[in-house]
Design a protein around this ligand. Sequence first.
Ligand SMILES: [Zn+2]
Length: 119
Amino acid sequence: MDIQAVRVHLLKRREELRNRASRASADLRHESDPLSADFAEQVTQRENDDVLGAISQSAQAELRQLEAALRRLEEGRYTTCSACGEPIEEERLAAVPYTDRCRACAEGAPTSQHYSRHP
Ligand SMILES: [Zn+2]
């Protein structure tokens, strides 16, 4: 499997998502909404999520998965199942590039809370 190509692809995708976030964030700032009751709440949220708060939940979730995949890649664990330690099928990684589990674990573990994602 061409790890370098995967890495380039993931980095490119991350760049896209981040660009989208900063564009959306700029758009939000240009809105001239009057101060609403939940303005304070919005500010807190904005501070917490930085510019990422401006993009959709699904885009934020993708970005988090992407970052995790990149981290596994840097650590040489990208193709290793985080649940059983076996290699993840190449065609599975091609289809689901952010996955951290082999097909057997992904399909065989409907309740996947038995192990820690952050050991
Ligand atoms: Zn597995």
